[in-house]
Write a protein that binds this ligand. Structure first.
Ligand SMILES: NC(=O)c1ccc[n+]([C@@H]2O[C@H](COP(=O)([O-])OP(=O)(O)OC[C@H]3O[C@@H](n4cnc5c(N)ncnc54)[C@H](O)[C@@H]3O)[C@@H](O)[C@H]2O)c1
Length: 426
């Protein structure tokens, strides 16, 4: 199933620079027949960005928005409605029922990503799904299967893959520019604030909290199990390895040209903060491959830039190192010479690539197709599972199954709340 583990990156077509947002005139400049009709599901921090970026392209019109929080969906709709009427929904199924919607982007909490993406594919929509594309490994595998059968475009929200500098640097790595590369380190370093302890309270007025919980178990509302802070609870999020860490893990895997590992070793926990967090604030994961290692290091309590990088990836070759960081992309050779590749990626490039593929009907031209997204998502979950069970996982790299560990395998899925089971995938 995951035999794309050494996907031929150099074979991906359309490697030229993609038009970014600069100079985009907004959808009204393109005739209606040429416009992609898009809907955004989940209008929080990232969904707001989706609405801005998608509607910033002249050949795309954001026609619908959905959020279970009326304040959020209405405030974005009001901004977009300065240009055109936007349908506003509480329930994403109303968007999927609308035959005039071509594609959807999903920027809900993680526990809703795969259920909505699977339903959207069944409704015949193209999908841009935020990372991590699934809340557990079972969902990721179902999504890969459904995507292959659908013929639709499914872009994963790992926008680093649409950056021209990173694309050039990956080609440089694959062509041996750094010699033999046997190790990459994915670094996630940042100073996150403590979230404190939030008591049980009433959900804000007008919010459909039952729909927000969806497949997750019933739990009384607290301000911490809600907008943004849900990332730190296993029922809804995946910790920071699945939040920011997935960008670095995805890029490290891309540069190394590897898929699923053969074993995973991890340590982690809440070593710094004393608050409602369930997920680790400190985590180290090592993924073993036949001829290289991928290491993930996470510390959420310091701004100290590890090896000069805050969030980024370092590839170690026998001729030097290559750094992908927010400050740019540079190779540093033994002896002091440097080769600079340019700035980091922008989400506008990623959305542009998605829209181009939707319009041309060519999912194979996506820069972050879901079969790659599911592998990176699975790596994050394997890191969390190894952390939680506290021992080395042995993995079949072809199937992703965990060998000889029932406790770890049980964490590959979840119990779905009645009425919120996953759609059947044939
Ligand atoms: N690619 C990136 O760089 C990037 C950056 C930030 C966030 N993200 C991803 O975007 C997603 C959202 O993150 P966020 O920070 O915006 O979170 P958020 O909590 O601010 O927003 C999520 C929104 O989804 C809504 N929602 C919940 N269930 C829903 C449902 N069933 N239907 C419709 N709306 C629903 C919530 O009410 C909320 O407004 C996360 O998965 C995150 O990982 C990606």
């Amino acid at each position: 199933m995951f035999s794309t583990s050494r996907r031929d990156f150099l074979g991906v077509s359309g490697m030229g620079l993609i038009a970014g947002l600069a100079g985009a005139k907004g959808w009204a400049a393109a005739p209606p027949s040429e416009r992609v009709r898009h809907a955004v599901i989940g209008t929080g921090g990232q969904g707001k960005r989706h609405a801005q970026v998608f509607s910033g392209f002249e050949d795309c019109q954001v026609v619908a928005l959905c959020d279970v929080d009326p304040e959020r969906r209405n405030s974005i709709a009001q901004r977009l409605e300065r240009r055109s009427r936007v349908a506003v929904h509480e329930d994403y199924r109303r968007i999927l029922d609308d035959p005039d919607v071509d594609c959807v982007s999903i920027a809900t909490p993680d526990h809703w990503h795969a259920p909505i993406a699977l339903a959207a594919l069944q409704a015949g929509k193209h999908v841009y799904v935020e990372k991590p594309c699934a809340h557990n490994i079972h969902e990721a595998m179902l999504l890969a299967k459904a995507s292959a059968a659908s013929g639709k475009c499914i872009q994963h929200g790992t926008q680093g893959r649409s950056g021209a500098a990173l694309q050039a640097a990956v080609i440089f790595l694959r062509e041996g520019g750094l010699g033999k590369v046997r190790m990459a380190k994915a670094i996630n370093h940042q100073h996150r604030k403590p979230i404190g302890r939030a008591p049980v309270s009433e959900p804000p007025e007008g919010v459909n909290y039952d729909l927000w919980l969806g497949p997750a178990p019933e739990h009384p509302f607290t301000r911490n199990r809600w907008h943004y802070n849900w990332h730190w609870f296993w029922d809804y999020g995946c910790g920071d390895i699945g939040n920011d860490g997935i960008h670095q893990i995805d890029q490290a895997r891309w540069g190394l040209g590897v898929g699923l590992p053969k074993s995973v070793v991890a340590l982690g926990g809440q070593l710094y903060y004393d608050d409602d967090h369930e997920t680790p604030d400190t985590q180290t994961v090592l993924y073993e491959y036949d001829d290289c290692h991928l290491m993930y290091e996470m510390r959420l309590w310091t701004d100290y830039p590890l090896e000069g990088l805050d969030n980024g990836v370092i590839f170690y070759g026998d001729k030097g190192v290559l750094e992908f960081g927010r400050n740019g992309c540079v190779a540093k050779f033994i002896g002091g010479e440097e080769k600079h590749f340019g700035p980091y990626a922008d989400i506008g490039d990623h959305v542009r690539n998605f829209l181009d593929c939707v319009k041309s009907g060519a999912p194979s031209d996506l820069y972050a197709p879901i079969d790659e997204g599911t592998v990176s998502t699975i790596l994050c979950h394997l890191g969390n599972i190894a952390t939680r069970v506290g021992r080395t996982l042995t993995i079949d790299p072809e199937t992703g199954q965990c060998l000889g560990d029932k406790e770890a395998t049980a964490l590959y899925s979840r119990t779905y709340r009645k009425g919120y089971e996953l759609p059947a995938v044939l």
